[in-house]
Design a protein around this ligand. Structure first.
Ligand code: SIN
Ligand code: MN
Length: 270
């Protein structure tokens, strides 16, 4: 049983909260069944590792319906996200990162909000992500690493640090193993030393909720076990990016329909 008060206290203090597998298996397990066809689908929503063959990320799952929609919009996870965000919300971004066995690469230290502001013009970091483990995550297969307390820092808007070029229609800069808004290693290592790093491991079905401003990363996966994460990002309706923001990502990446998810039943936290 998850104590919602404790979760909220963890989330407010640390910027993340870890929930053991409370979402019923019947709700998240069908995703693993559909995953091979999701990864096989060609299109701009799909990105590869630098080896050119292993899928690194697939966006746009808010358009898929079925079990993808059920997990994001009508599950115990939805209720918890609503509780932690504390406002009417909608699914902003829904993606899968299938960090492939032996081939999956790192995600550098970053704040998601830096990308969401730079791409879509999100006004504030009033958003959070539910990372659902679709595989067991261990210390060996590239777990998420989170620096507690960094969600309340308000750093200057960073300049892009590099990564792939930004030709029109090429979105590799948001998702490559050389991220455009990666945080500089020396200052982040210092941050990690002083505040500590939490490595999020656990069985399939575990959920980590983390704040849109929280500093996080993950290492490469050299183990024989794939580490698939389902990453559902919820944004406050009051924080929807302005329509027509120049350069905003198309619907195959993010949802532009900021209609609030129905709250009926969602306040009933398990
Ligand atoms: C992310 O930062 O979007 C996810 C990183 C990961 O898949 O480990
Ligand atoms: Mn991220």
């Amino acid at each position: 049983m998850t104590d919602p008060k404790r979760l909220l206290a963890d989330f407010r203090r640390d910027g993340f909260a870890v929930v053991p597998p409370i979402t019923p298996h019947e709700i998240w397990a069908p995703l693993t069944g559909e995953l091979p066809s999701v990864l096989a689908e060609e299109g701009p929503q799909r990105f590869f590792e630098e080896d050119g063959t292993s899928v690194r990320a697939v966006y746009g799952l808010h358009r898929r319906g079925g079990p993808w929609q059920a997990l994001a919009e009508r599950s115990p996870l939805t209720a918890l996200a609503r509780l932690l965000l504390g406002e009417d919300m909608y699914v902003y971004q829904w993606k899968v990162n299938p960090k492939a066995a032996r081939r999956g690469e790192r995600w550098q230290w970053h704040r998601d909000f830096d990308f969401w502001r730079a791409t879509d013009g999100m006004p504030r970091p009033a958003a959070l992500t539910a990372a659902v483990f679709l595989d067991e995550v261990t210390g060996e297969n590239g777990p998420l690493r989170l620096i507690p307390g960094t969600h309340t820092d308000r750093p200057e808007e960073p300049a892009p640090s590099g990564g792939p070029g930004r030709e029109e229609g090429d979105w590799a800069w948001i998702t490559s193993s050389r991220l455009a808004y990666a945080l500089p290693d020396p200052s982040t290592e210092e941050l990690a030393r002083t505040r500590g790093v939490y490595e999020a491991t656990g069985p399939a079905g575990t959920v980590v909720f983390f704040h849109g401003n929280l500093v996080h990363s993950s290492g490469p996966n050299r183990s024989p076990h794939t580490r698939t994460l389902a990453l559902i990002s919820y944004n406050a309706v009051s924080n929807a990016p302005p329509a027509g923001h120049p350069g905003a990502r198309p619907d195959c990446f993010v949802n532009h329909d900021a209609k609030p998810l129905p709250v009926e039943g969602l306040r009933a936290v398990p």
